[in-house]
Write a protein that binds this ligand. Structure first.
Ligand SMILES: [Zn+2]
Length: 402
């Protein structure tokens, strides 16, 4: 059988460890990484990266492809009447979505924003409730299929209106998983559904039935939120789901005592539960350094981009690393490297990605940008960058190619 290998060489790539290397990509994967040869002339067909920093493509660990208005008309933010209230925000969202451009168009705009900035793996939550049924899931499954060559997308069946509060949702979530969602989501079991056990029974019951991972939105703060995290960790352990469960936001970890946090961190690490943060503007958020020190996988996402929750978000995970570093008070190089790890390797671990990184055998999904090293990339967030998928250039300076 004839077998023609598609091979490309990338010369003079600056790696995260400072080494200058030549990279060979064969059929979309790194097949050789060698010290830069510094030949006087480049071999035909080779791409000279001229010392640009080469990083594995970023991991967008938490986004909502169905509810953003990016690329659509600007929707001014509507404030809650009496402090942050998830239920009220969901109502504003329903109102806004009723006037929005078609979901597929909006999802594509948001996807191209993320890919253009160098995220080639993503986890998106997709709303499932009694009012919208499976409409969002069906649309976003179609969008995922169309973009399969450009980005790997995991979808979470997300009960945006609660599970017990929205009768029929449990059955719809089960159907969403059958249709192709990869994980089961959840939402504030205590404050939204007011039944921690009942809510988690459905979430973990479906995870067990369908053999999928779990990623729960948890805004509940203080000891209430901590109790829910402990319950989630206990169920993760009981079901042998180490590495397959995430708690998104986990605000509670940002407003408990140092002693309570140390105990919680050990428990979360032992259960293999990952914590997602977007370093939100005005909320206490999980202390990234302390959790990482305890062995917890902390990953990140844009979460909301120009939607009914807030107007911010640019789909750039390097900028997210900058925000995480800024809000965490990260100044030393090793801390800036940690902020970068959250949006790259730790994200890959949380999402269970195979073959991630600049390594022989890994998929050649990478970003080349103008920075001397990772700490400089995190503080400078260079907008000029080239994005490669399986060794093929697909975006430049934020815009898709072709
Ligand atoms: Zn979210």
């Amino acid at each position: 059988m004839d077998c023609i290998l598609r091979q490309t060489r990338f010369l003079n790539a600056k790696l995260a460890d400072g080494a200058l290397a030549d990279l060979t990509v064969t059929d979309g994967r790194f097949s050789a990484i060698t010290p830069a040869a510094n030949a006087a002339t480049s071999p035909a067909g080779a791409v000279d990266l001229a010392g640009q920093l080469v990083l594995p493509a970023f991991v967008e660990g938490h986004i909502h492809l169905d509810t953003s208005f990016y690329g659509d008309a600007w929707r001014p933010h509507i404030p809650c009447t009496d402090g942050f209230d998830v239920r009220e925000r969901v109502a504003f969202q329903m109102q806004n979505l009723g006037q929005a451009a078609p979901m597929e168009e909006r999802a594509k705009s948001q996807l191209e924003l993320c890919v253009g900035n160098g995220s080639l793996a993503m986890r998106s939550h997709v709303m499932v409730d009694a009012a919208v049924g499976l409409k969002h899931v069906e649309t976003i499954l179609g969008v995922r299929e169309k973009y399969r060559a450009l980005i790997d997308i995991q979808l979470v069946a997300f009960p945006q209106s609660g599970i017990l509060s929205s009768p029929g949702t449990a059955e719809l979530l089960d159907e969403a998983l059958r249709l192709g969602c990869d994980l089961i989501g959840g939402l504030d079991p205590a404050s939204f559904d007011r039944d921690v056990k009942g809510h988690l029974d459905v979430v973990f019951g479906l995870a067990e039935k369908r053999g999928v991972g779990v990623d729960i939105h948890l805004h509940d703060g203080g000891t209430l939120g901590l109790f829910e995290i402990e319950e989630i960790a206990a169920r993760t352990k009981a079901l042998g789901m180490y590495g397959k469960v995430a708690v998104s936001h986990a605000y509670a970890l940002g407003d408990i005592s140092a002693d309570a946090l140390a105990k919680a961190g050990d428990g979360i690490a032992a259960a293999g539960v990952a914590i997602m943060t977007n370093a939100p503007g005005n909320h206490p958020f999980p202390p990234v350094a302390a959790l990482r020190k305890a062995g917890v996988t902390v990953f990140a996402g844009s979460d909301n981009i120009r939607d009914s929750w807030w107007p911010y978000g640019d789909g750039d995970m390097l900028n997210r690393a900058n925000m995480i570093g800024y809000r965490s008070g990260f100044y030393e190089d090793r801390d800036l490297e940690a902020a970068y790890d959250v949006v790259s390797h730790a994200g890959a671990k949380a999402l269970g990605l195979e073959g991630y990184g600049i390594a022989v055998g890994a998929g050649a999904d990478f970003v080349a940008l103008n920075a001397k090293h990772v700490p400089e990339a995190v503080v400078a967030v260079p907008r000029e960058r080239a994005v490669y998928r399986a060794g093929r250039a697909i975006a430049k300076d934020g815009a898709m190619i072709g």
